[in-house]
Write a protein that binds this ligand. Sequence first.
Ligand code: GLY
Length: 395
Amino acid sequence: MFAAAFGFGCTSTPTEARLIEENLNVAVAQIGSLNRSSLETGTPRIPSTYADGEIKYVPTDDWVSGFFAGTLWHMYRLTGDEQWAESARRHTDILDSVQYLTWHHDVGFMINCSYGNALRFAPTAADTAVMVTAARSLATRYSPETGTILSWNVDRGWQAERGWRFPVIIDNMMNLELLFKAAEFSGDSSLYDIAVSHADRTLAEHFREDGSCYHVVDYDPETGAVRRRCTAQGYADESSWARGQAWAIYGYTLCYRYTGDERYMRHAEKVCRFVMEHPNMPEDMVPYWDFDAPNIPDACRDASSAAVIASALYELYTYDNDPQMKERADRIVASLSTPAYRAAVGENGGFLLMHSVGSIPHGSSIDVPLNYADYYLLEALLRKQNIEKGEPVLQ
Ligand code: GLY
């Protein structure tokens, strides 16, 4: 069951091919086991992490709900084995109602990682409609005053206690992919315009001179003015939360993909320089959870940030042709493939990567596997494989 199968063209070196093959063999065993666990009750469940000896499952409206379906789609693309596609489809279809979700911005992550990958690898006619409906749901959160999409509602949960009025988080850049794709499918240019507006205002307001970004920018919903720049998941308002930097690199790279606007590519490069040249970036290029964490070098690493950055840099490399981009991505992938980060087969609840951080300020998911770390590692491997074969990176 779930055999690994792939071949390389003449551009790939045996070492690179072996690294991918070896990762894939581990992934077949680990994700295969996670997949079996998720189906144990007969209805697909969504594994998010592993803690206290148990796989933790999340409901469909959780922001991470699309990553496991996406992981299964990546496994299908990497192996060509139809059994992965079958399970990916089952885990995708349970997210059908998410297309109508309007109470947070993460509908982009949730639908694009599941249905978006279904559309790439084994599309059905219904997938396009789901993407467009989801994009329209996301667009309901757009404000012409701020020029951005509202990330979090401020009338519920811990967000209600922060005094924010219109918080936008850097993570929101990742949701723009759904808007760009839906604009193409539907011909509705307003979805494209919203994505561009959000990217432009975020570029203007979220970043410091050195290329690093704030996590949260709170706007005045009436005037559109910035009220405050701060953090929710980072160490401090003026610190650089690692995953935020990763979302920024990935987000502006994808904006370049859809718009061809060089400013976005240059901006992704600038954030990349900040991260890669930071004195607190470890030798193995797996960042601490925050570049300014107080207890470096004893602070937790965040494998999920590393995986997101690697995946983004493979794509960026194909646009700017800077060999450093690929070298850095390769270095991250090589580090994540060592026993320091990648679990041994049979361990880690079936997740591939250990040592990610959800949110230290919230005391949640600290130094654990996270389904999005695995998702972006597999995406990075797929992109690397495409590059090594001389094929389009996003194929
Ligand atoms: N989007 C939430 C996170 O990166 O933790």
